[in-house]
Design a protein around this ligand. Sequence first.
Ligand SMILES: NC(=O)c1ccc[n+]([C@@H]2O[C@H](COP(=O)([O-])OP(=O)(O)OC[C@H]3O[C@@H](n4cnc5c(N)ncnc54)[C@H](O)[C@@H]3O)[C@@H](O)[C@H]2O)c1
Length: 321
Amino acid sequence: MSHSRSSIRRPSPLRPNSSFAFENPQEPSDGPHPLLHSGRVVVITGAASGIGRAAAHEFAGIGMRLALADVNEAPLKAVGEEISKIVGEENVLVVPTDVSKLEEVVQLRDKVYEAWGEVSVLMNNAAIAQLNGTTGTSWNGLDAWKQVFDVNLFGVLNVQHTFTPSMIHQENPAAIINTGSKQGITNPPGNAAYNASKAAIKSLTEGLAHELRNTPNAKVTAHLFIPGWTWTGLAGAKGNAEKPAGAWTAQETVLYMLDQLRIGKFYIICPDNETRKQVDQLRILWAAGDVVEGRPALSRWHKDYKALFEEYIRDGLAQLD
Ligand SMILES: NC(=O)c1ccc[n+]([C@@H]2O[C@H](COP(=O)([O-])OP(=O)(O)OC[C@H]3O[C@@H](n4cnc5c(N)ncnc54)[C@H](O)[C@@H]3O)[C@@H](O)[C@H]2O)c1
């Protein structure tokens, strides 16, 4: 049975001008940004490649000090050398770290605070995707599920638990950026473990933002960074494979993140060359609509709802454009 517009479609839930207000607005100013200026400290996990490496380059370009952490030592050292050429060796710490191991994360924090005594931006970015299909369904590959959760959820939690108590006592403003995914919001079929781990990141980062803003005197904000399709190893990039036209480069994604961080956004949802902002907005609203309207789970991929979903996107774009 397919569903007609009149049977389940209610007035559009779209409220494009009211629902995307700034959560943590920074005062616009001509001076240096309080978080992002020369001499302040950035910690990046998963810094050896992809978005983490591109972020290291951009932060170094601002003249910030960088602590680079990754489980993959050789490429991490190589990134450390690249960054040292930009900001000088004395402003770079290369700390091989497996974020799923709390003791290694504690060592990372100790090294950073011993060297520089503060953190301005904590980029909690390391993750794995397990693209080999071992977690393709929800009832096989339990070991792979555990690996994904150890890195993507407990790795982020280890970093958050270890750094936040120090950061909330700092005098200068600071930010914790946890990296989620659209897959943690709209839940496309195909990699259930990754999706579930990223849904957890959305949940815990929202909670963190609330707790931080209710902690007296804390000047730390939390942000949920949601890259679009970005051409990195995690997204299937290998060797010299050419970037598909639809994907953004890691640098494009990082520049978008920095723009949104500068204006204090909590949800930093990046578009790419295939999916523009309005399409993301509609897909997210549709996913929420499954719950509110009592449709089957993941109705976007349900054959009976295909035509209705396509119509919803067409109509929605016509309203938003
Ligand atoms: N590339 C995309 O299209 C995309 C889309 C949405 C979200 N993301 C997210 O962006 C973040 C960065 O991913 P990327 O695309 O740059 O992929 P990437 O594979 O290039 O980078 C991930 C890095 O994390 C490191 N890492 C893995 N396990 C680790 C561990 N236990 N401890 C420390 N480091 C570890 C890897 O060695 C790698 O250098 C991830 O959180 C990913 O889920 C990426």
